[in-house]
Ligand binder design. Structure first.
Ligand code: IMP
Ligand code: MG
Length: 171
């Protein structure tokens, strides 16, 4: 399987600095990042350091949801597979790798509200607007991409390719 480069390391880095500036301008100073494992881990690691450069020092935690399995197609049934961090009364920035159908974000937003989050914003490195099935408003988006299956920069296909420093497409 070949990976066709789509977004370079340099493009990702400079976009993340822009996202950090947008986030610092729009969110209250004290908030908690809740990353959606596993795909977000590289993005969160770079985003929090860009936020630090922008003068923002959020708390960081993660939740693990599951919908995909090993294939390229979502099962569309999202469930929580671990614990929820203490977020009652906190402002939360939900961070995901990709918004595809939107079901993961919709489910995660509901979960955070049920657990008492004060206000919830969402940030995703990538979105595929053509694939949206439910309405979600992601306040901070890195790149809009066409309907291709992407890997790299933390994002996998069957647990492979997470190590790539760039985002690429596979067929
Ligand atoms: P949604 O619930 O359909 O919006 O899917 C979101 C999740 O599906 C993302 O967090 C990813 O984990 C996964 N996903 C969607 N598109 C891709 C892709 O192109 N490559 C790898 N994972 C993807
Ligand atoms: Mg995911």
């Amino acid at each position: 399987m070949t990976v066709r480069p789509l977004i370079t390391e340099e493009q990702i880095a400079s976009r993340i600095d822009g996202l950090a500036r947008d986030i610092s301008a729009r969110l209250p100073p004290d908030f908690t990042i809740v990353g959606l494992l596993t795909g977000c881990f590289v993005f969160v690691a770079d985003l929090i350091r860009a936020l630090d450069r922008a003068g923002v020092r959020p708390q960081v935690s993660f939740i693990r949801l599951s919908s995909y399995g090993k294939g390229k197609e979502s099962s569309r049934l999202v469930r929580l597979t671990g614990d929820i961090p203490e977020i009652a009364g906190r402002n939360v920035l939900l961070v995901d790798d990709i918004v595809d159908t939107g079901r993961t974000q919709l489910f995660a937003r509901g979960l955070l509200r049920e657990h008492g989050a004060a206000q919830v914003w969402a940030c995703a490195l990538l979105e595929k607007p053509a694939r949206r099935e439910v309405e979600v408003s992601t306040e901070f988006i890195g790149f809009s991409i066409p309907d291709v299956f992407v890997v790299g920069y933390g994002i996998d296909y069957a647990e492979q390719y997470r190590h790539l420093p760039y985002v690429g497409a596979i067929d």
